[in-house]
Design a protein around this ligand. Structure first.
Ligand SMILES: Nc1nc2c([nH]c(=O)n2[C@H]2C[C@H](O)[C@@H](COP(=O)(O)OP(=O)(O)OP(=O)(O)O)O2)c(=O)[nH]1
Ligand SMILES: [Mg+2]
Length: 160
């Protein structure tokens, strides 16, 4: 017997996937009492100073993601990578005006070679990288970073 029309016509229309939280990994790259910051040129936090970082890829460890993102964005190799803390934020102004729910993992690391100089590998996403003293950070900081620091967070190891 021949069917006419759409065999699936009685099935409900496919639903748009519900939005899911994403995982970001940002790196406090430390050099003495300085840290590496770059001016963002992307939608979220445009023109604010933020840490190198990006989104966790499927199957990656936090350490692998930190090393990959720092390399992709600055050309630097990192060492002594450690987990510090995590945040949970909803950004109202994500891509295409959709809100973005982001769990961000913050790592601490140092440069593997102190003579290596940061390169602005992705000039379309960043205005340039530089080392800034913890007591003289540039303004404006990326909002989630500013909130953490104002809340008393420090990425430096506690000296005993
Ligand atoms: N890079 C960076 N991301 C941060 C910081 N604080 C914070 O909450 N995040 C969150 C928000 C970002 O949307 C998310 C991922 O970083 P990103 O926005 O730099 O992502 P990206 O385009 O470089 O990454 P990708 O999609 O190419 O993997 O991490 C920070 O100081 N620096
Ligand atoms: Mg990034």
């Amino acid at each position: 017997m021949q069917h006419s029309g759409d065999l699936n016509s009685s099935s409900p229309a496919p639903q748009a996937k519900p939005p899911m939280p994403k995982v970001g990994v940002a790196v406090f790259l430390l050099k003495g009492d300085k840290l590496l910051l770059g001016r963002r040129l992307t939608t979220i936090g445009y023109n604010t100073f933020a840490l190198p970082g990006g989104h966790l890829e499927f199957g990656e460890s936090f350490e692998e993601c930190a090393a990959r993102e720092v390399k992709e964005e600055t050309g630097l190799d990192i060492d002594k990578t450690e987990f510090l803390t995590a945040t949970n934020n909803v950004f109202s102004e994500g891509a295409n005006n959709h809100p973005l729910h982001l769990v961000c993992i913050f790592m601490r690391a140092v440069v593997a070679d102190v003579n290596q100089v940061p390169q602005n590998v992705e000039p379309e996403k960043c205005g340039g990288w530089d080392w800034y003293h913890w007591n003289d950070l540039p303004k404006p900081l990326f909002k989630p970073l500013e909130v953490m620091i104002q809340g008393g967070f420090t990425p430096f190891p506690v000296s005993s």
